[in-house]
Structures are given as C-alpha cells and as structure tokens.
Ligand binder design. Sequence first.
Ligand code: FAD
Length: 369
Amino acid sequence: MRILVAGGGIFGLTAALALRDRKCEVTLVDPGPLPHPLAESTDISKVVRMDYGADEDYTALGERALARWRQWPELFHETGVTFLSRARMEPGGFEYESYELLRRRGHPIERLDATAIVRRFPAYRPGAYVDGYFNPRGGWAHASGVVAKLAAEATARGVTIRAGTIDAALDGGEADLVVVCAGAWVPLIVPELASSLGAVGQPVFHLRPPDPSLFEAARFPVFGADISRTGYYGFPVDRDGIVKIANHGTGIALAPDATRVVTNAQESELRDMLRDSFPALVDAPIVFRRLCVYSDTADGNFWIARDPNNPKLVVATGGSGHAFKFAPVLGEIIAAIALGEPHPLAAKFRWRPELAVRGSEPARYRGEP
Ligand SMILES: Cc1cc2nc3c(=O)[nH]c(=O)nc-3n(C[C@H](O)[C@H](O)[C@H](O)COP(=O)(O)OP(=O)(O)OC[C@H]3O[C@@H](n4cnc5c(N)ncnc54)[C@H](O)[C@@H]3O)c2cc1C
C-alpha cells in the first residue's frame, strides 16, 4: 500500500515508522526542516508521566510508553513527577484521583504534606502547597531530540521524507491512503474539521535562575503546581541552566497560521505565580518565550480516525496539549486505525464532528500536560 503522511511532528513520524513496519510504502511530507520550528513537538522538554486522574486508558497507555522511554536514556530523564495542591486533595480532583488510581495500580506514590514539600523541595515557598504527592516513575523527554531521532530512523527504514506541504486532503495523488498529521494546521487541510479542532496558543518561558542548585532534579522534579486550577507546570534546571515553566490553561484561541506572540498579561501572570510559589525565581531573567499552539479537541481526547465519508483519508491529531509523552506507542495506534484494524482506543479517538471545540468548556484534561 502507498501511503502519504502529511506532517513531521510526533504524530506523523511515529505513524510513518509504524506503517513502514507493516511493509507500506510511505512518503512523509512536511515543509521542514525537522524538527519544524513552529511544530508543537519541537521543544527542549516535554513531560512524560502516567498520572491522568481517574482515566485508566491514558494511565495504562502512559505505563506502556514509560517502559519504552526507558530504552532511550539519552533522551528521557526519569526525575519523577510531583503534583502539588494549594488545598487538601479532594475526591474528583486531578491530584487525588491520580494518587488513588496509581496506588491501586501498584505504583510507589508518596503523599506529601506542607512540611514534607518544603523539606524535599526547598525552592517552594513554605505553606504555598499543603498536599500532593511524588511519583518516582516519570520525568521529561528532550522533545526536539526525539523528533530528530525519529526522522533519522524513518529515513533509515525507508520512509521517503519530502520537503513540501499538502494543501488539501485529496492532494494525495497516487497514494492509496493519506494520513493527515499536521497538528494545529489540520483544519487548513481538512476544512470540515474546523469546528471540531481548535488552535490554542499556550505560553512557554525559559528562565535562568541565579542559583540553579535549588532547581536540580533531585529537589525540583517535573511538577504540576496546583495545575488543575492554575495550569502551571515545569521542569528541573537543564544542562544549559534553564528552568522551563509553561501554562496549560485556557490559552488563546487563534488561527493556525496566525502570528504567535506571548502577551504581557501572560508574562505578568507568570511573575505572580513565581512570587507566590518560587521566590528564588521571581526576578530570574526570561531568556526565551514562545507561544506554542495546541490542536485542541472538545473533550481533550486525541483525534485518530478514518474519514467516514472518504475511505482514502485518515486524520491523526488533536493532541490537546498532552500527546508527546505517548510517542513510543502512538504510531502503532495510528497505523492500526489507519489500516482499519480494531483498536481498544478507537472509540475514544473516533471521528466526532458532533463535538464542537468552539464555545465548549476548555478540554477537561486541562490542567495536566
Ligand atoms: C506549549 C506546549 C507544551 C506541551 N507540553 C507537553 C508535555 O509536557 N507533555 C506532552 O505529552 N505533550 C505536551 N504537549 C503536546 C504535544 O507537544 C503535542 O500533542 C504533539 O507534539 C503534537 O504533535 P503533532 O505531530 O500533532 O503536531 P506538530 O508537532 O505540530 O507537527 C505538525 C507538523 O505538520 C507540519 N505541517 C503543517 N502544515 C502542513 C501541510 N500543509 N502539509 C504538510 N505538513 C504540514 C508542520 O510543519 C509540523 O512539523 C505540549 C504542547 C505545547 C504546544
């Protein structure tokens, strides 16, 4: 089978590799270079975790992905992850439900109270967070490094990577199947999905702390700072002395190809958060900022499905700000669904135009990147 994959981010590259493994002839088109500077998958780091509230599907998928991430030690750093709350964890809350589900699944989760938080993580303002947990299983991946690795692997395994774009789904020419994995740009290629997929800009900040020792992974692991309420999450200091903090909140709706600028309001909100949570960072210079754009679905679940009205078209996107961590297992899901095989997650990721993204509540997964 001849397959054209549009998009060289994590969805496109993993799909291309998995389809190649199934002996398909695969051409991947992307304007490039890869990693593409505007792509969501391009970044210094992405959170890798299995903590997904009460959702067993994503938790199980996260467990499987984690086992694979450990096979890429040059790109994955298992610092553990901590999700902290300004108030006592309560049933129904992301932190509480994650804690309960992960314990039930046998993971060595450690609950932390206000005293333990400050003792373990001295960068936190005493009393700012009063409950939460530390999960030693999880961490962060060097995102752009992963994309570069997958692109090289795809070429080595016979995927033709071509610089260019497809402008319409039917641009596939002689391909038997077109798999559109163009992230936030998908509605430009498949206009009928414009009400189901929303481009949403989220701010990313790189800070250079004067004293990086406070932010080393052993005492500043990947974190969610009361994330369901604030949207803030971040990473330990990296080898370049950078602490990345980003927000996974409502974000800013914009056109996929609009100019992307972090607003002054987003920057002052960050400073307020630092003042309240990490006093040692409040005056740290921001050495880089970026508005990165999600491909959002109304329910926060991925969109991986064949077009019921066009047997030649498959759309795989809708990462909704949380798909990168599944890179090691994503391709096989896309390949199975693209080739019409049954898959346990096909219903969750189905073609669902009845769910409109505009006007709907921010994706219910908001608060967990
Ligand atoms: C700020 C931010 C932080 C995030 N943090 C995390 C995190 O910590 N953990 C996590 O798991 N996930 C995270 N995510 C989500 C994750 O990064 C995405 O879900 C994932 O990378 C999406 O991959 P993609 O392949 O769909 O899109 P992209 O990576 O955006 O790739 C799409 C590709 O399509 C190409 N393209 C565009 N138009 C065309 C066309 N017409 N023809 C051909 N190609 C085209 C582009 O050049 C691009 O390379 C985050 C996302 C953002 C924005």
